[in-house]
Write a protein that binds this ligand. Structure first.
Ligand SMILES: Cc1ncc(COP(=O)(O)O)c(C=O)c1O
Length: 444
């Protein structure tokens, strides 16, 4: 009997014992091609020698020194590396241990930014339906997935949610991509007007929506318009790149492709690639300067901020990505995977949409391609696909509730940046097998 309080106590899980590049190996010797990096985490695959050595070397020298007493070399070097690569003037990095902590820090920093200017009365974050920002209470409150929020709603802070930018379901047939981007951004302008601009702290959004919508990129011009609206009203723009950042979409920061610089950006997952638990928040000088010149410090903190071993691991991950030019592979293999998915599933009777950027791809399944009617949620197709995929030796990340937290089914793919053409074929073949098995099991 296990004494672990597992996520899903009823599930019987295999025991992972080793990694081999893009593969995970369980205690029975079964190999799984990790085509989702867990949840878009393992961007270098598993058991990467350089990262392993960097962690061992740092742990041997100095594992941890509390950040209230010391700085440390790997943290300083990792901050330099990220700031050199970051868009615009994002130039301060606050290191935490994961995505939810990065979002909590971003929310509190945004509040303190206004408070330092005598505007601590501002109380609203505006965010979007069907986004996921983490499971701690602040992050859950800005998140817009009804299924995840529902049971905690009595204890969540008030957040204003607008519609996501979700072309497959929201764009009108006669509307151009640009016109749709403009219209979707207008929802922010309208909500600011309704709430009162002087009451709003920040707008929070995933640049490319991950787990809850299934790799949905913004329409062209959407974030440029959002940036302009935020600037005009003195509202901060917080981008959540916990899942889509750190190269996943083909550029280190996803927002580079949208031509915008957020005031604060949260990163995690691919930062440490699963080798160490680490996340971070980057901010621009007007925010850092106002706080340092005001009260002098950010009223926040956790024990493991800037953990030396975590930073050393993440630095080795980021250096590997840069020195081996892995983002070129993300773009090339991302285009190939998308093309192969379209060739295999383009005419599939249950295929609604294939979308995404780089090696961050989503497939939305529907009951009817013409009307886009969702599959019956009682079929729990996403759970069946996950199980069937594992049986076929594939890890993918299917989810339900794509449309409103209850209806809708998608599969997220986020394979490691090191995959080759053969891995692409293996992903498509095994996914086909899993989908056929799952649909058959569901009686479809
Ligand atoms: C976009 C986004 N933000 C925040 C989080 C929360 O990160 P963590 O699970 O590391 O706390 C996630 C996790 O999936 C995420 O996808």
């Amino acid at each position: 009997m296990s004494h672990v309080f597992h996520r899903m106590p009823a599930d019987r899980l295999p025991t992972a014992v080793a990694g081999d590049g893009p593969y995970l190996i369980d205690s029975e010797g079964r190999r799984y091609l990790d085509a989702s990096g867990g949840a878009a985490v393992s961007c270098l695959g598993h058991s990467h020698a350089r990262v392993r050595e960097a962690i061992q070397e740092q742990a041997g020298r100095l594992a941890f020194a509390h950040s209230a007493f010391f700085t440390n070399e790997p943290m300083e070097r990792l901050a330099d590396h990220l700031v050199d690569a970051a868009p615009g003037d994002l130039d301060r990095v606050y290191f935490v241990t994961g995505g939810s902590e990065a979002i909590e820090a971003a929310l509190k920093l945004a509040h303190q930014y206004h408070q330092e200017a005598g505007e601590g009365h501002r109380r609203y974050f505006i965010a979007r339906r069907q986004s996921y920002h983490g499971n701690t209470l602040g992050a859950l409150a800005v998140g817009g997935n009804q299924w995840r929020r529902k049971q905690y709603s009595p204890i969540l802070m008030d957040v204003e949610h607008i519609d996501p930018c979700y072309a497959y379901r929201e764009q009108q047939p006669e509307e151009s991509d640009e016109a749709y981007g403009e219209r979707a951004a207008e929802a922010l302008e309208e909500r600011i007007a309704a709430v009162g601009a002087d009451q709003v702290i920040a707008f929070v959004a995933e640049t490319v929506v991950g787990a809850t919508l299934g790799a949905v990129p913004p329409a062209p011009g959407y974030f440029k318009r959002v940036r302009e609206i935020c600037d005009r009203h003195g509202i901060l723009l917080i981008l959540d790149e916990v899942m889509c950042g750190m190269g996943r979409t083909g550029t280190l920061f996803a927002c580079e492709q949208d031509g915008v610089v957020p005031d604060i950006v949260a990163i995690a997952k691919g930062l440490g690639a699963g080798y160490q638990p680490i996340g971070a928040m980057l901010c621009r000088p007007p925010i850092y300067d106002r706080i340092v010149e005001g009260s002098g410090f950010f009223q926040h903190g956790h024990t493991y901020l800037g953990h030396a071993t975590a930073c050393a691991g993440a630095l080795a991950v980021q250096q590997t990505i840069a020195e081996e030019d892995l983002l070129t592979n993300v773009r090339d293999k991302g285009a190939l995977l998308r093309q192969r998915l379209e060739a295999r599933f383009g005419n599939h009777p249950y295929m609604g949409d294939i979308r995404g950027r780089g090696l961050f791809l989503g497939i939305e399944l529907v009951a009817d391609r013409g009307s886009k009617a969702p599959l019956d949620p009682a079929l729990k197709l996403h759970g069946r696909v996950k199980r069937q995929a594992m049986e076929a030796g594939l890890i993918c990340y299917p989810n339900g509730g794509t449309i409103d937290g209850r209806l809708g089914t998608h599969i997220l793919l986020a394979p490691p940046f090191i995959i080759d053409d053969d891995h692409v074929e293996e992903i498509v073949d095994k996914l086909d097998q899993a989908l056929t098995g799952a649909l058959g099991e569901a009686g479809l």
